[in-house]
Design a protein around this ligand. Sequence first.
Ligand code: NAP
Length: 458
Amino acid sequence: MAIATINPATGETVKTFTATDDTGVRALIGKAHTQWLSYRHSAFEERASYMRRSADIFESEADQAAKLMTTEMGKTLKSARAEALKCVRGMRYYADHAAELLADEVLANAADVGASKALARYQPLGPVLAVMPWNFPMWQVMRFAAPALMAGNVGLLKHASNVPQCALFLEDVFRRGGFPEGCFQTLLIGSRQVEQVLRDPRVVAATLTGSEPAGRSVASICGDEVKHTVMELGGSDAFVVMPSADIDEAVATAVTARTQNNGQSCIAAKRFIVHTDIYETFSAKFVSQVEALKVGDPFDPSTDVGPLATAQGRVEIEELVNDARDHGASVLCGGRRLDGPGWYYAPTVVTGITRDARLYLEEAFGPVASLYRASDIDECLQIANATPFGLGSNAWTNDGAEQERFIAELEAGQVFINGMTVSLPELPFGGIKRSGYGRELSAHGIREFCNLKTVWIK
Ligand code: NAP
């Protein structure tokens, strides 16, 4: 895949980049490693001062960052701006909290283990490779970079080939914020060169956010090299609605959850499972609100849904919907590409999806909602869990016992009750099953790339 900015709203190639060759990549890894040998000894206050300055720069340039995101991957400008500000929040969170999250864990009664003092200490690991996707081109990177840098690691970013300017912007922000040369570097490389980086002994671990095939490839190389990995992969999450829910709020949230980021979010609700008693009401309101969405130029402030990020992404979503139709599903709205330039696809609701349709099990990475009817809570749970993925499910009910059942039985890394799944610096983020393993954000995210060293002193 060429490394290039191609505007998804027009299909126009805006800027192309030459990939760094293998020798250049080795040199950048060398720079990261050399820097890490001294950076790992820096104090939390020093790292925090770089991070706060970087956050201030990012905040003052949020509009510029937003324009880059919208130009490179087509998200609406308003959501791109919100993403930029979320990055700033994440940076400040880790600047403020890293020292406390990584404080020594001192054993209260060291005499029990025959010591005068015993503790566990979090120490940085070294250069970590982050393989990142285009869909949240700044936030995905930041939720790795902010904790990793605050922990004393250094970062190498292999960003998706269609968002090179976002990657270079982030590198520049950290450099201008004061992080020493080599602490955070963008590698302008295609996926073919990832193996070279992973096999380099100076790179100690990797995190990947992206598709299952990419995750499998990176995880198996790291398995071979015995290097730690975090995998944030796909999702096909459930959004269950029970009769006691506030239906209007559930419908409005369902529309946002499915179509935000032009339908291209790993944690987007993708399968809407509605109790039969309220199915007709929910379905009618949901379809009418999806149909009312304004699709168009992502730079226009009144636009709700922009284009898909790539031509191939649109082909894949089209194939999924057509396959569902061929297997007997009904398309309640949308179900077609839009005329004109750019990779637009009409927001779509599909129902009557049979088990042999690809849409039943595969992730729809675009504005396509699958609607299911369930006769009771058992069937809701059965449909919700009938997926190879398990990222972030939603359940809507005001019945306390039902809430507890969903919390206990939904197979997912996260469960949101009466709200939309979101990622926040304070809460752990990650999945189970084929959605991956490991956690980002919160204390758990910053500890992923640390050596938890046991210290025992006689
Ligand atoms: P993708 O094709 O897997 O790309 C993600 C990254 O992996 C890109 O940098 C890509 O580089 C690289 N890559 C692709 N194949 C690779 C390989 N064989 N070896 C090494 N690197 C490789 O994913 P996408 O289609 O861009 O993104 C959509 C997927 O990401 C969806 O499944 C979505 O659910 C998932 N996602 C998950 C999360 C989460 O937190 N769980 C968040 C966002 C997205 P190139 O661009 O150069 O190919």
